[in-house]
Design a protein around this ligand. Structure first.
Ligand code: NDP
Ligand code: DGY
Length: 327
């Protein structure tokens, strides 16, 4: 390809080398990379995307009408290094005939595994225990010290039994879970495999010992877990969220945790991200907060990077994408 025919691609972050190698080897991209581990500043994003044919972005980049206008009419494809796409203004993208690539499936196992780890860390109070060992709080073995809640014989409720929700349920069942409830927009045939019972949200929230949120963030799920929601949960129940922070009203969650309305919460996602270090949730022993590491295994991030690159190339050449988001 001659220099004039090369297609301009803006990459908004340093990404795992697996994906960069694919883009470089393709020999059709004039690559411009925000070469940093930190998010691209908005002004640099607007500058970098100007005239681009392809945009490779992350979940921390808000791709709205302003960015699309700054890109201009060349833009054919947006490929995001994530399965979540709530950071993309889908209506605007669709209006402009731009295709979107994303990374479903390849991160399902890693994210489900992290969700189980977070659930166990929260219900069995692991961070508190580790802290007590370090600070000298461990005086002797005591019958009721650091007791928590176990999965055996419990009822687990999954909000959003999609790819990740189902993978979480599969992993939790062997812990001796007695009932597996789930809710969503419609019943899922694949729920049979885990003896999942499709129930209304209200039934799930009232009846579960563990409530696990794994739905996508949409206008319907934004702020879904609020004061009313927490007030219906059992006092002994555990709340886990690995979907998106905005599904939860964090002020209401703080109220529920600090008043004893619910026993504990584990969050891999928050609003904002990062959560400020002086945030009230971080003062609570019964709240375990992780820095959005659901998909963070070396191999998963490598495969995500490859898929993101291949989606982008397919969008540039007008061919079938390995994982195209149906708009
Ligand atoms: P899927 O699309 O397979 O699953 C999303 C699920 O959300 C679907 O089952 C969908 O139900 C459900 N849902 C949508 N609207 C509602 C609603 N109003 N009430 C209840 N459920 C609803 O996506 P994935 O499982 O692959 O990913 C899910 C989300 O997990 C991503 O969107 C992302 O935000 C988050 N994620 C977080 C990660 C992390 O690092 N913490 C890593 C990866 C993903 P239906 O099928 O009926 O529409
Ligand atoms: C996603 O892909 O949506 C996650 O939040 C990060 O892997």
């Amino acid at each position: 390809m001659s220099a004039q025919q090369m297609l301009k691609v803006f990459v908004t972050r340093r990404i795992p080398q697996e994906g960069m190698k694919i883009l470089q080897k393709a020999g059709m991209c004039n690559l411009s990379v925000w070469d940093s581990d930190e998010p691209v500043p908005r002004a640099e994003l607007l500058k970098g995307v100007a005239g681009a044919h392809g945009l490779l972005c992350l979940l921390s980049d808000k791709i709205d009408a302003e960015v699309l206008d700054a890109a201009g009419p060349n833009l054919k494809v947006i490929s995001t290094l994530s399965v979540g796409f709530d950071h993309l203004a889908i209506d605007e993208i669709k209006k402009r005939g731009i295709r979107v690539g994303y990374t479903p499936d390849v991160l399902t196992d890693a994210t489900a595994e992290l969700t189980v780890a977070l659930l166990l860390a929260t219900c069995r109070r692991l961070p508190e225990g580790v802290e007590e060992v370090k600070n000298g709080g461990w005086s002797t073995w005591k019958p009721l010290w650091l007791c928590g809640y176990g999965l055996s014989g419990s009822t687990v409720g999954v909000i959003g039994l999609g790819r990740i929700g189902l993978a979480i349920a599969r992993r939790l069942k062997p812990f001796g879970v007695k009932r597996l409830l789930y809710t969503g927009r419609q019943p899922k045939p694949q729920a049979q495999e885990i003896d999942g019972e499709y129930v209304p949200l209200d039934t799930l929230v009232r009846g579960s010992d563990f409530v696990v949120v794994s739905c996508s963030l949409t206008p319907d799920t934004q702020g879904l877990c609020d004061k009313t929601f927490f007030s219906k949960m059992k006092k002994t129940s555990i709340f886990i969220n690995t979907s998106r922070g905005a599904v939860v009203n964090q002020e209401d969650l703080f109220g529920a945790l600090s008043s004893g309305q619910i026993a504990a919460a584990g969050l891999d996602v928050t609003t904002p991200e990062p959560l400020p270090t002086d945030h009230p949730l971080l003062t609570l022993k019964n709240c375990v907060v992780l820095p959005h590491i659901g998909s963070a295994t070396y191999s998963t991030r490598g495969v995500m990077s490859e898929l993101t690159a291949n989606n982008l190339l397919a969008g540039l050449t007008g061919s079938e994408m390995p994982s195209e988001l149906k708009l």
